[in-house]
Ligand binder design. Sequence first.
Ligand SMILES: [Zn+2]
Length: 471
Amino acid sequence: MRTPVVLVWLDCVAGDLFVDMYRRGRLENLAEFFEKGSFIKSAVSCFPTVSESAEGGIISGFFSGETNMVGERYFSRRQRRIKHYKFNARAEKDFNPRLRRKTLDAIVENSVAMGRIIHACEEVVDLVATRYEREGSFKIVERRIEVASRIAIEKKPNMLFFTISADYISHVHGRRGDAVKKFIKRFDESFPLLTEALDQAYGRNNYMLFVFSDHGSANVSKHLDLPAFLSEEGFNPAMPDLLTERREANAVALSNGRRVGLLYFTHPEYGWRRRPSYKILRNYPGKGDLLKLLAQEEGVEQVFARKDRRSVVVVSEEGEGVIEYDFQSDRYRYRVVSGSDPLKYNIEPRWMSEEEWLKATYDKEYPDAVVQIYNMFKSENCGDLVLNAASGWDFWEPWDIPYPELKASHGGLSKDEMVTFILAKGPRVRKSEIEYARLLDIFATIASCYSMEEVAAGSHAAERILSGKLD
Ligand SMILES: [Zn+2]
């Protein structure tokens, strides 16, 4: 039998907060369990920093534009309507069909999940947990662990994959709020119940356990209403509160996680039937340069647009840069073309591999942007323009009011949102502290354990935590 895999997905826990608590010895049970395991201090999430992109990445080793998971919402040009995974779209239907047979679900088989978005295995729906999640109740922690433990003992799945969401808590109380600390602490307190059940189900030290967060969050206090902005600029935007066919609209602005914006525009001649070219976006009839127009807004940090198959442009209020990809060498280059660097990288322009870019930028203000932004535009669901919100800002829309107060959002490219952590332990996992990785590297580690290294080799995921020898 292959090593069973357990993935504990803490939704929206800020990486720096968790790492602080862990290193200061405040999470005793986790520290004891993972003492002989691997601790990845900076695990770079998948952009945009919403659960959809992260889940797509972890189950396949590919970025959002390749898995087709560019957010919780997108605009379908073909159907001329906004598609939302909570309401009128299904993530597993949109997930890139070419990757379907190469996902964790396909490799591991016999999986059970709770709280996943891309449904590709047996799903346990826990309505009590759903209620706790919606109310932001801390009881979610014990409930999830209790039910997961029961599933492990009763069903012994090869893969058990479940979420414990701190999303509501983080949004309402702020990314490092006391409530989030309490959530993490409660998770640590309940953790032994889970490992006891796993020991009973699979045998001690006989399973691989991962604990990680899918993305962090950024504190916000100011909101830019993008559809209202487009209206003021003379567009007729589709209001995102009505998910129906929108023939009359000539623009759409959708936020995802509230800090990334996807903007779509009609082609001046062909309407929604054709995507406006880069040239048109930079000189839109009657409006001028849409990239500059949006980059000038106070709430917008960067605007991204695909120039051609091998380049993506980055525009901020003060400058412009270009990301280039070389198909032959599989390397990327980033250079500033005017003004100051919109990504604030200060890196000499040269061709670098994905691994080199990760190493060079995981601790920068916008981690892994070069590689991930380039790849995001591969999806037909991606906006013509992608916006990253400025520090302290998000793109909250008036219809969207499930929270008494919104103190933190995510979706954006900032370090606060992009960097999380991974704890891992298993029969082949070596004792190590690792400086950086991508969240989607979890895919490569699991694929390795299941002797599917060649599948991982074709993805972006890199194996970093297993010891060399097979025993
Ligand atoms: Zn959220």
